[in-house]
Design a protein around this ligand. Sequence first.
Ligand code: PMV
Length: 329
Amino acid sequence: MQQRKATAIAHPNIAFIKYWGNRDDELRLPANPSLSMNLGDLVTTTTVAFDETLERDEVVIDGQPAEQAARVRVSAHLDLIRQRAGLRSAARVVSRNNFPVGAGIASSASGFAALTVTACAAAGLDLTERELSALARRGSGSASRSVPGGYTEWLMGRGNASSFARSVAPAGHWDLRDVVVVVSREHKAVGSSRGHGMAVSSPLHATRVAVVPAILDVCTRALLARDLAAMGALIEQDAVMMHAVMMTSRPPLYYWTPETMAVIQAVQIWRADGVPVYFTIDAGPNVHLICEAANAAEVEARARALPGVLDILVSGPGGPARLVEEHLF
Ligand code: PMV
């Protein structure tokens, strides 16, 4: 088998219907299906080279050697790929994000999607999009959704091979914007991997898991019909349901700050003013405002005027994780 160097790019994604909780932590099989949009303006670029002269995997992220925990997680993921390819060499991994870490954008989704596509190519593995998505899922659940392009749905599946994401509409289907309102740059105290494990301790988790598939179906239909009002009501409801699960877990997880609530209340006022915009919130205090491209400048200007807003990032929909020619080293 030919060993070589490869580079891929991937985009992070914003979930409209959230992934929260696993039914199998080891395999990262989700408790519920989820739906998201890739964020095309935000890009992770990753180069991987398997090199027999290396003693152990080397991982550099945004110009810095990765911290121990991140390196171990990347190595564990590379082990899955080495196993599949019958390869023993350690690898040099260099990854770069064009968006600031700590801005509330999960770089683990684009990071593990890019790593999977790159490392498989470098290892000489020729996998289908489904196989790549299922494999990316093992690194970070939401990474499964960054492998296919545009608007994607991650199926629960029955086991490892059938829990992958597929595109429900290409990026060009609808020119939506995610206006990310950054109200905190602090590193979150409880990361999502630990948070997923805590979901079952909430008495609300079982209810959310039971109702999400039906909500996701209606939300997907609204997405296909480009009906923002119908979709927006559902994405707000699901984001708040997920946070209700978080807040009622033991111990409780409170990701919201007063600034988070202030943005939510502002969105309700803006809608009453006739600006069609809806919010969603991941495992952190920052708020993602979803609107059509035509209203993005208005939404951004209004958000900038709110107290406590540190930064705003804006992204449209994006394509799949894919190999590129240019290498980072
Ligand atoms: O892929 P993870 O383990 O980082 O989990 C992502 C969890 C949320 O961002 C809160 C929701 C989602 O579906 O992206």
